[in-house]
Write a protein that binds this ligand. Structure first.
Ligand SMILES: C[S@@+](CC[C@H](N)C(=O)[O-])C[C@H]1O[C@@H](n2cnc3c(N)ncnc32)[C@H](O)[C@@H]1O
Length: 239
């Protein structure tokens, strides 16, 4: 008998931001494969008999390779179990979802995708601001701050990222933001463009720091810190 995999977005960390569907799938799971950012109290929704398997890959730390995670997922489901693949935020945003979907498709294992609250959306809510603003921020763009090598991707659209009329959210960008900011300012983005660092959103470590592109680049160059973080810049509303 073939099992079934539910890809579940766990939201940014606060268990109250789980959807009802996410809680239901966790309660019924035989096995839960979870990332670092979707652990903690979220896992308490899994039943006492469920296998809980950490497959995290936080930047800078040794972590299971992607093909190993996909293999594990296929093996658990091939045994006939109900498997939850728990991913932080929404699994479809910088969550390496595609690689795992392909592995399941190739193995003929059925699956569903349960969306979650993306950390960027939760961060804006925590800061008390909208992501869009009528007239001044008609566009929102989410971009990754690093590629597979951990450096700033060389093929990102700098013109779009230097657009002063867009709200830009940089994921995984604390270490590369000083370089990005330099490139953006060379393209004409004013250093005093409003910026915000949102760390550990919806967790006990949450810290929201208002700044400017120039000043934030300087402070991250000095001390990037360890918490997962998002960088916002553009015509951000006042909190
Ligand atoms: C691999 S990506 C996953 C993103 C996730 N799928 C989402 O929808 O938010 C991990 C990055 O998301 C951001 N992130 C995730 N959770 C966060 C949180 N609670 N607070 C701040 N940033 C977070 C950080 O930039 C982190 O390095």
């Amino acid at each position: 008998m073939t099992g079934f995999v539910s890809f579940v977005g766990s939201g940014p960390g606060d268990p109250e931001l789980l959807t009802l569907k996410a809680v239901d799938r966790l309660k019924r799971a035989d096995a839960v494969l979870f990332d670092d950012l979707s652990s903690g109290p979220i896992l308490s929704h899994a039943g006492p008999g469920a296998d809980l398997i950490g497959v995290g890959k936080r930047a800078g730390r040794p972590s299971p390779r992607q093909h190993h995670v996909s293999r594990l997922l296929v093996d658990y489901a091939a045994d006939g179990g109900r498997v939850v693949r728990l991913k932080g935020g929404d699994g479809g945003l910088f969550g390496r979802l595609e690689e795992e979907l392909v592995a399941l498709r190739e193995a003929g294992i059925p699956y569903e995708i349960v969306p979650g609250v993306p950390s960027a959306v939760a961060a804006a809510a925590a800061a008390g601001i909208p992501l869009t603003r009528r007239l001044t921020a008609r566009r929102v763009q989410f971009v990754t701050g690093h590629d597979v090598t951990g450096t700033l991707p060389t093929d990102i659209d700098i013109g779009a990222l230097a657009d002063p009329a867009a709200c830009t959210v940089v994921y995984m960008g604390k270490r590369t933001f000083p370089d990005l900011a330099e490139t953006l300012m060379a393209r004409g983005l004013p250093p005093e463009t409003p910026a915000m660092l949102a760390e550990g959103v919806s967790t006990e470590h949450q810290r929201i720091t208002r700044s400017t592109v120039g000043a934030l680049a300087d402070s991250l160059r000095e001390a990037p810190g360890d918490l997962p973080a998002l960088i916002f810049y553009g015509p951000l509303a006042d909190a």
